[in-house]
Design a protein around this ligand. Structure first.
Ligand SMILES: Nc1ncnc2c1ncn2[C@@H]1O[C@H](COP(=O)(O)OP(=O)(O)OP(=O)(O)O)[C@@H](O)[C@H]1O
Ligand SMILES: C[C@@](O)(CCOP(=O)(O)O)CC(=O)O
Length: 487
């Protein structure tokens, strides 16, 4: 068994399917981000389970591990007792407790008990993009730009506690839980430590446990798209039936029952992961807006409105779903076109990157033999229809999903040549925006627009799309990782 394990998991952006994906009838496009969480595990020495999040003030938790024997012979449940009861991180505690309990069920041997008895040192860090870097830049007298962000050291300290930190909406808790579960399962050799040997059942096992831990930590069974993105990277997501986890959402759950539920061969899991990634030449840019919205209360209000206005809501939901499907079909067709005729495809990118999307229909007429241009134009128009419907939802439910201030900013983004989709990710609100552009020339113009935008503070993020799910890493291949652990 190796003394050192490093596993990373990506953040997420939900491009289509906000609110709809809570319902198993609908799906949505989720993309993985290049921003990742890293869990590093060392075999310990002092018999304790020590967890360090060096980016945070007070980011240290220490636990004594004990085993509670359950009714069947050889079944143990792991108990963690904090050595400082005033400090808690329930996301981390729940994840370690249930991961070790399930590992013990699957690896009930002497070696496992000896390793746990020695203790573990666990380090958890997230790429800078997961947390707002506004304060760090202000302290350094740097403007809020891509190049200032690039000048910050990797995994930089945020000078506050986890409770106070401003998050950017990339799904820190899902990426953290996924990287922690997978690192523990790799460390104890339940799944292979070689990414090339990772099987689909390994991913399903980690997925099922991470969904359970995330739901228990959040106190509710959500749609789970963020954990799914942390496991599989970009894909088209259809949720699991909430009933799968409803009855085990309890800290006193019987581990043998839980162990059966999370088993990758169990037929109860009905989530669907359809492979997807952005076509070649598409580039995702993200920004967090210094305003903020409270997602859970937005979701609650939208769902209440839907329940009370079922007919009207179902028409909007179904129309949105059909537009969302058009977007994923178009993008998948573009990927196929690129594979079949690269020259023609690249020529379409070249033509469209220097023209505003509202003029692509004309360009398509002028180039009737290049149907990629017509597909770009149709994708832009369909996404505009999706935005219209989201604004209608906003008005009807009185929830600011695409509020007027965001509309103004997104419309301005669409005026830049090459932009094919500009929208509010996930639940929407004032939190964030995304832009997807063709080619390379649009990035600098978007940066100028965001920098000069006066109505709201638009903070660019460095993340791009990265279609990969969780990864087993070598510590020295990740710039800045070993440095930030103060080893
Ligand atoms: N670096 C970290 N180390 C340890 N725990 C962390 C870290 N980052 C996040 N967490 C855990 O995740 C919790 C935040 O979860 P929450 O569900 O509120 O965020 P989120 O919705 O995933 O946020 P966002 O999508 O904006 O990143 C924290 O309270 C903490 O328990
Ligand atoms: C509104 C919803 O569908 C998406 C929320 O997405 P985000 O956390 O705002 O990225 C809720 C959910 O699926 O958890």
């Amino acid at each position: 068994m190796s003394n050192l394990t490093v596993v990373s998991a990506p953040g997420k952006v939900l491009l289509t399917g906000g609110y709809l994906i809570l319902d198993r009838k609908y799906d949505g496009i989720v993309v993985g981000t290049s921003a990742r969480f890293y869990t590093v595990i060392f075999s310990g020495k002092n018999g304790k389970m020590c967890v360090y999040s060096p980016q945070f003030v007070d980011g240290e938790w220490e636990y004594r591990v004990s085993w509670k024997s359950l009714k069947d012979v050889g079944i143990y449940s792991c108990e963690l007792e904090s050595t400082n009861p005033e400090r808690h991180n329930s996301f981390v505690e729940i994840t370690i407790k249930y991961s070790l309990s399930i590992i013990s069920r699957r690896k009930n041997d002497q070696q496992f008990k000896e390793i746990v008895a020695k203790g573990l040192d666990i380090y958890i860090v997230g790429d800078n993009d997961f947390y707002s870097q506004r304060e760090q830049l202000r302290k350094k007298n740097l403007p809020l730009t891509f190049s200032s962000l690039k000048s910050l050291e990797p995994f930089c300290k945020v000078h506050c506690t986890l409770k106070k930190v401003n998050k950017t909406g990339l799904g820190s808790s899902a990426a953290l839980i996924t990287s922690l579960v997978s690192a523990l399962f790799v460390h104890f050799e339940i799944i292979s430590n070689k990414i090339t040997e990772t099987t689909n059942n390994d991913r399903k096992l980690i997925h099922n446990i991470a969904q359970f831990c995330h739901c228990l930590a959040q106190g509710k069974v959500g749609s789970g798209f963020d954990v799914s993105a942390a496991i599989w990277g970009s894909h088209i997501y259809k949720r699991f039936s909430p009933n799968i986890l409803k009855d085990v959402m309890d800290q006193t759950v019987d581990i043998s029952i839980l162990n059966n539920i999370i088993d990758p061969t169990s037929s109860i899991w009905d989530n669907q992961v359809t492979s997807f990634s952005l076509p070649l030449g598409f580039k995702l840019l993200l920004a967090d807006i210094d305003a903020g919205s409270h997602t859970p209360s937005m979701v609650g209000k939208v769902l209440k409105w839907r329940k009370e206005n079922a007919d009207q809501a179902n028409t909007i939901w179904d129309t949105l779903a059909s537009h969302n499907t058009t977007i994923s079909n178009n993008l998948r067709e573009l990927t196929k076109n690129h594979e079949q005729d690269e020259e023609l495809y690249l020529n379409a990118i070249k033509i469209c990157e220097s023209v505003k999307a509202s003029e692509w229909a004309l360009a398509a007429e002028r180039n009737p033999n290049n149907n990629n241009i017509a597909l770009f134009s149709a994708t832009f128009n369909t996404f505009q229809k999706i935005r219209e419907l989201l604004r209608e939802m906003s008005e009807l439910s009185q929830v600011p999903i695409e509020p007027p201030k965001q509309t103004k900013l997104l419309d301005a983004c669409n005026e830049i040549p090459g932009i094919i989709m500009a929208g509010v990710p996930g639940a929407g609100g004032y939190d964030a925006i995304f832009c997807i552009g063709l080619g390379n020339t649009f990035s600098s113009q978007i940066e100028k627009l965001w920098d000069s935008w006066e109505e709201m503070s638009v903070g660019p993020l460095l993340s791009r799309e990265s279609s990969k799910g969780y990864m087993i890493e070598q510590i020295n291949n990740i710039p800045g990782l070993s440095g930030c652990l103060n080893l």
